[in-house]
Write a protein that binds this ligand. Structure first.
Ligand code: KE4
Length: 432
């Protein structure tokens, strides 16, 4: 039988760079042919050959309810009947923002946009405009979208500013971006000691899903908060991935349990808040947010921002994840997956570590959980790639890169977890 995925990939590569509209989808890190998806339902995807997969990517986070939730589809179909886009304000944008404010108490105002990149880019511009300062701190291994100022890797050693990670980004565009090691308090202290008065914002993924799954330690996060407050810099939480995913209140609600009174100054959101449609957001305290056009001097805009169909999808999603017990059940199922994978790896004698929070998980072919980018990249990439393909052949669709996180949805059943662990047992046995 001909492989429809391969045929489609060849056709796609003729007209779309790399055959994909986002690089990670091309399977370059793991090799092989990407699966062209024809439909999805619940916890499952079907590819162009009709092969079914248990889906642990969930569109890279948005599909927390599973694919095709009937109440979400009903809300979207009703919105479509009223009109696709107006370029004018709607009540539903107010309803969605009011819902976000209720669930994320650190926020006083929010602006809706179309992607996490747009939200992160706008948050940085706003932080610089509101503080009048040029410099920003980010951490190696954290990804905040592809805005120029954020496509930067660590300079050689501390205090030297970042170097572009992408062609087309002139060095002067990233000259004010300082890249530090995640979880490194000493570097943080030194950076603020040297540049504190110039720092507009520190932007961080509180649980770094772009390093697969690395937690910011509580002591490290406490120092981020203290040093930002001490020097008048804004602490910006990039919760595009963790927001409404690791807990109903996002990662910030977990740090607020560990650090009394903890809250970021700004938050960037995406993925789950759109429920699979193009929708993201950034927000913060009123005094900062009112620096935005049309009120203030910081410009930001978007033709489809707050799109009426996307807001219907996001609002339905946010309402459904507030059902009693939703996150307890999701977290329990995710833990069952992660603990089961660890047990199977131990049984096979394969060095392995894993972690999870809410409906987000990560695993490493390392015996200890990594704490920063360098440690993550020391993972056994060849072993990861063999595991990835072994699972894919057995109908389990994991993230096609060792630095990406995984996601469980409310539609995943105990039987799906069991089937995944059965596949893992077979594949891990081949990896020893
Ligand atoms: P988008 O522009 O892709 O909507 O969001 C950018 C972004 C911002 N912040 C965080 C923490 C993110 O994880 C992302 C996007 N995540 C990637 C997966 N690592 C999306 C998948 C892709 O790039 O195709």
């Amino acid at each position: 039988m001909s492989d429809r995925n391969l045929t489609l990939f060849d056709r796609a590569k003729a007209v779309i760079p790399g055959g994909v509209n986002s690089p990670v989808r091309a399977f370059k890190a793991v090799g092989g042919t990407p699966r062209f998806i024809t439909r999805a339902q619940g916890a499952y995807l079907w590819d162009a050959n009709g092969q079914r997969y248990i889906d642990y990517i969930g569109s890279w986070g948005p599909m927390i309810l599973g694919h095709g939730h009937p109440e979400v589809l009903r809300a979207v179909q009703a919105a479509v009947q009223e009109g696709l886009s107006f370029g004018a304000p709607t009540e539903r944008e107010i309803e969605l923002v009011e819902e976000i404010l209720r669930l994320v108490p650190s926020l006083e105002m929010v602006r809706l946009v179309n992607s996490g990149t747009e939200a992160g880019m706008s948050a940085i511009r706003l932080a610089r405009g509101a503080t009048g300062r040029p410099k920003i701190i980010k951490f190696e291994g954290c990804y905040h979208g592809h805005a120029d100022a954020l496509l930067v890797k660590a300079g050689s050693g501390l205090a030297t500013f970042g170097h572009p990670t992408s062609a087309g980004v002139p060095p002067e565009v990233v000259q004010h971006t300082l890249v530090l090691e995640y979880n490194n308090v000493e570097q943080l202290e030194a950076a603020f000691a040297e540049h504190g008065a110039q720092i507009a914002a520190l932007m961080i993924e509180p649980i770094a899903g772009n390093m697969n799954f690395v937690r910011a330690s509580v002591p490290f996060m406490r120092r981020c908060r203290e040093l930002c407050s001490q020097h008048g810099a804004l602490l910006v939480f990039d919760e595009v991935m963790t927001g409404f995913r690791v807990a109903l209140g996002g990662a910030q609600s977990l740090y607020a349990q560990a650090i009394p009174g903890f809250a970021p100054d700004m938050t960037v959101l995406g993925k789950v808040i759109g429920g699979g449609m193009p929708l993201a957001a950034f927000g913060g305290k009123r005094a900062v947010m009112e620096q935005l056009a049309p009120l203030g001097p910081v410009y930001q805009a978007g033709t489809l921002s707050g799109n009426p169909v996307a807001t219907a999808c996001g609002l339905a999603t946010l309402r459904l994840i507030q059902q009693p017990g939703f996150f307890d059940a999701l977290a329990a199922r995710t833990r069952a997956l992660v603990q089961g994978l660890q047990a199977e790896a131990n049984r096979a004698g394969v060095p392995f570590s894993a972690d999870c929070e809410g409906g987000m998980f990560g695993f490493f072919f390392l015996s200890e959980l990594p704490r920063n980018y360098v440690q993550v990249m020391a993972s056994d990439a060849a072993r990861f790639n063999r595991f990835f393909h072994g699972m894919l052949q057995r109908g389990v669709y994991l993230a096609p890169a060792l630095y990406e996180a995984g996601f469980v949805s409310a539609a995943h059943t105990d039987a799906d977890i069991e089937a995944t662990l059965t596949a893992a047992r077979a594949v891990l046995a081949e990896l020893t």
